[in-house]
Design a protein around this ligand. Structure first.
Ligand code: ATP
Ligand code: MG
Length: 381
């Protein structure tokens, strides 16, 4: 008899012929997550098991963060030949609980002498007899004693919900425009949750933005990498583009022009990495450059799909996710972002694409983009 973790997965079970591909990706991710705790994860009989961990609780918490995992259950694994031993164990696991319960048995070994209803009934009876603080409720029980008869027997009561989503890498790759703010790390996390591997692109405007601002962005990238198994950050020098826009173009279009350059450069970085979409942390109406018209102006310079998972979120909802995934504190550090350098006093909120494009004619756009691309620094976190 020993303690193990049973890992239950979510949407993968919906996948028909592709299921082995998704399962193998998930096992790899769980293996990576449990490694720091000396855990050992493997796939058997359609289930992922974890054992050999140095600290069960820490290992369990790490597995709950793996995209694709629906829930994790600390379970007892034991021989199934003695029903009395199984019943004693079930009674023991329920002895400190009170309220309502039921027993749910599943029998994948159809040769086992008792069927599921018989197991439920007999185990329920013994648990009730041993603990007078419990009563049976088959519809809305507070506790469920789960018993699975496979090649061995597994018992568990505690089911810890996990993050859900799809295993990283099964959904291709996308490039996240990562600022030092609250929104973009959350946007990246949400897309990574759907199985998408990330790379990141950050624009900095040294000396208007400091080295500490850059370090803050790398720290956010590290925090994200815990979920999406490492990512490359493209750090793009943006100062020259910003000063050119500031000197040569209409002030009220300043932010929009800057955002168009960001999108174009991010798309080129994405291509280099084999990424096929862009991700931003934009939300309708949050700032002047995020009205519907402004989004069209910045969207129209790229051909890749642009994912904006926060488009319908309020700031407070975004902050709730940032808190949950652990990026909020870093995002709230007060360093400046290149977006706040040369901010127009009266930014256009209803820009017209053709007029913005005409304004851009005052710049040597291609030369500026090439110069920025040539100055990129790549940091793997
Ligand atoms: P946060 O900074 O996370 O996103 P914000 O409210 O500051 O939120 P904006 O500054 O308007 O938003 O930027 C909108 C989006 O543009 C960001 O979510 C991010 O995807 C991208 N972005 C802004 N600044 C940068 C930057 N310096 N480097 C990379 N991407 C950026
Ligand atoms: Mg920002």
């Amino acid at each position: 008899m020993r303690e193990i973790l049973l890992v239950r997965y979510g949407e993968i079970f919906l996948k028909g012929q592709n299921r082995p591909f998704f399962m193998n990706a998930l096992v790899k991710q769980v293996q990576r997550a449990v490694k720091p705790f000396d855990g050992h994860a493997w796939l058997h009989d359609g289930r992922i098991f974890v054992d050999r961990f140095s600290d069960m609780e820490e290992c369990l918490q790490a597995v709950t963060k793996v995209f694709g995992v629906h829930s994790v259950c600390p379970a007892i694994e034991m021989e199934k030949d003695s029903f009395d031993a199984i019943a004693d164990q079930a009674v023991h696991m329920m002895e400190n609980l009170n309220g309502t319960f039921k027993v749910v048995s599943r029998r994948s070994d159809k040769r086992y002498p008792m069927d599921s209803p018989a197991l439920n009934q007999e185990l329920g009876y013994r648990i009730l007899k041993a603990n007078d603080q419990l009563s049976v409720d088959l519809h809305h029980p507070q506790h469920v004693m789960n018993v699975e008869i496979r090649d061995l027997c597994y018992l568990y009561v505690r089911v810890v919900p996990a993050v859900g989503g799809m295993p990283v890498g099964t959904g291709g790759q996308a490039a996240l425009l990562l600022s030092g703010g609250i929104d973009s790390p959350v946007a990246g996390w949400m897309i990574a949750k759907r199985g998408v591997r990330l790379c990141a692109v950050h624009f900095h405007s040294y000396p208007y933005t400091s080295d500490r601002a850059k370090e803050k962005v790398l720290e956010l990238a590290r925090q994200l990498s815990a979920y999406c198994c490492g990512l490359k950050v493209y750090i793009v020098p943006f100062t020259h583009i910003q000063t050119e826009i500031h000197e040569k173009c209409r002030d009220d279009y300043g932010t929009l022009l800057m955002r168009r350059f960001m999108m174009r450069i991010a798309e080129r970085c994405a291509r280099k990495e084999g990424a096929k979409a862009l991700i931003t942390g934009e939300s309708i109406g949050q700032v002047a450059s995020q009205t519907i018209e402004a989004l069209q102006v910045t969207n129209s310079v790229v051909s890749m799909p642009v994912f904006r998972p926060l488009i319908g979120f309020d700031k407070s909802e975004i902050m709730d996710v940032a808190r949950k995934i652990g990026t909020l504190e870093t995002s709230e550090l007060p360093y400046e972002d290149c977006c706040t350098v040369f901010t127009p006093r009266h930014p256009a909120t209803h820009p017209i694409v053709e007029k913005v494009a005409a304004e851009e004619e005052h710049l040597e756009a291609e030369a500026l983009i090439e110069e920025a691309m040539a100055g990129i620094e790549i940091v793997a976190v």
